[in-house]
Design a protein around this ligand. Sequence first.
Ligand SMILES: Nc1nc2c(c(=O)[nH]1)N[C@H]1C(S)=C(S)[C@@H](COP(=O)(O)OP(=O)(O)OC[C@H]3O[C@@H](n4cnc5c(N)ncnc54)[C@H](O)[C@@H]3O)O[C@H]1N2
Ligand code: MOO
Length: 394
Amino acid sequence: MTSRSVEDHAHAVRLLLDRALAPATEHVPVPVALGRVLAADVHAPIDLPLFRNSQMDGFAVAADSLRGVPVTLPIAATIAAGDAGPERLDPGTAVRIMTGAPVPAGADCVVPVEDTDSDDDVVCVLVPRRRGEFVRDRGSDVHAGDVLLAAGTELTPRHLAMFAAVGLTALPVRRRPRVAVIATGAELVPAGTALAPGQIYDSNSTALAASVTANGGEVAFVDRSTDSPELFRDMLARATESADVVLTSGGVSMGEFEVVREVLTPLGGWFGHVSMQPGGPQGLTEVGGVPVLSFPGNPVSTLVSFEVFARPELRRCAGLAPLPADHAKLTGPLESPPGRRQFLRGRRVPQGVTLESGPGSHLVAALARADVLIDIPEDVTTMQAGDDVRVWQL
Ligand SMILES: Nc1nc2c(c(=O)[nH]1)N[C@H]1C(S)=C(S)[C@@H](COP(=O)(O)OP(=O)(O)OC[C@H]3O[C@@H](n4cnc5c(N)ncnc54)[C@H](O)[C@@H]3O)O[C@H]1N2
Ligand code: MOO
């Protein structure tokens, strides 16, 4: 069986995925752009606020007319939010105005209603006001033409609020890589089905699909194959039709029923051993121009393989920032086999990082309790409490 380092396999994956996952731009409606990444700077099409308007329910007046308060002024009009209102305020008068309503030219401040006494026709203003008080000026938030948000920003609800406020309907965003997921194994059944002896619930298809979504991808296809080559071949054909990249789990190691390896090797796939644990047995094939990454079936192996090989490429295509490399201090000693890069499951604690489980790649519940992978280099066999280790955020 051929064997290669993590770096060499990651390089081979990158070569294939670089072509398949070339960044591209698409336009999506603002309300569904949450989590997407801007592909270009977006400029404001209008000023915000677009017109001078009142910050309070009260009376719009000229500040000059309030000298010598209390002052009584005739009420010339009432303006609600949504009204155009009179263009000008006649000197020596007031207009009754609601929050958000346009302030007429000639008025330069708003007196809140609680600082006045009024009837239908006149208002008595009890306190003086400075010019500009409680008036929201045109363009005081943003000016037409200003950059609202720069390319590369991951969109959050507050960003969408701003785009909606300036009336944009669609945004240029990075396309999401379309990913197909196929879990293989005769023993797999979906949750909700009674388990016959020897059967287990399929967790890898859920794990991989969720990982794709969490890293800016779009799940184009998810299915489960038995060990039948015909069934897997047929599923693969459908997957490659709808996706930029296919992820498979299981069926890659040394057993009798390794459907993924059996079907993909004759198509030119590389199947071999990557010097890492978990995630040793790996496959990489191009089927009709679509890269197929084949991960080992153990649940921890599948997820670690995704983190190491697929996650950086999907995030790059989606425009998401790479997850920063981090370091932490070990809280206790550990041992690691020589010649294999170990990705141990760890949990951050105030003192550093602690091991969450043993190395078994079936320990899916322990993986759920972990929040980092502890990355032990190939040539390191023992480490002590207090040693610095590289950790990958899960
Ligand atoms: N003789 C050897 N045997 C094995 C080797 C080896 O080098 N020589 N490598 C071991 C390692 S390491 C791994 S990892 C596995 C990988 O095997 P496969 O990719 O062929 O995976 P399967 O045999 O199909 O499954 C392994 C394990 O994982 C469970 N599984 C599979 N799919 C799912 C799923 N969708 N959801 C939940 N659990 C799944 C499956 O039931 C097995 O227990 O091979 C070792 N063997
Ligand atoms: O490499 Mo396997 O992926 O250790 O369990």
